[in-house]
Design a protein around this ligand. Structure first.
Ligand code: CA2
Length: 148
């Protein structure tokens, strides 16, 4: 069974505690549970992680590249949080790994502040999803299944 690696960036550990009008009221643990159900439906093993540290996310993308080379990775779903809009390091980490990566945002970043309209992740991603709320994670797992 291949692994779906779901990576969450800075502040997403606060999900459900603030700004419910933007991000909803479900916690990151709730999101993990919904991802678990989606992965069971689609025959993936789930590996679900969150970090507030850019370098840790880079290390995890390198790990994904190694899993991909071993044929063990279905793909990565990455909500890079605010690093989406700032991180050349994450762009560089994705580029050249050969991994299938879906960039995901809970909110519709294009309907928000101008600084959220640019993404360093998008040019290196296979697909981009935004604005589906936390259900976007389940939709992204289904999309990953369709890409196998
Ligand atoms: O919409 C998304 O998923 C974002 O990636 C979330 C990031 C934001 O910087 C991106 O522009 C869009 C922020 C994640 C912070 O999440 C919080 C949730 C609840 C309370 C505080 C922060």
């Amino acid at each position: 069974m291949k692994t779906a690696l779901i990576l969450n960036g800075p502040n997403l550990n606060l999900l459900g505690t603030r700004e419910p009008q933007v991000y909803g009221s479900q916690t990151l643990a709730d999101v993990e549970a919904l991802c678990e159900r989606a992965c069971q439906t689609h025959g993936f093993t789930l590996d679900f992680r969150q970090s507030n540290h850019e370098g840790t996310l880079v290390d995890w993308l390198h790990e994904a590249g190694r899993l991909h080379a071993q044929g063990k990775l279905a793909g990565v779903i990455l909500n890079a949080g605010a690093y989406t809009h700032t991180s050349v390091a994450l762009h560089d980490a994705i580029k050249g790994t050969g991994i299938t990566l879906i960039e995901l945002h809970i909110s519709n970043v294009h309907a928000r502040e101008a600084f959220r309209h640019h993404s360093y992740i998008s040019p290196a991603a296979k697909a981009v999803m935004a604005g589906f709320g936390v259900n976007g994670y389940a939709l992204a797992v289904a999309a990953l299944a369709g890409m196998q």
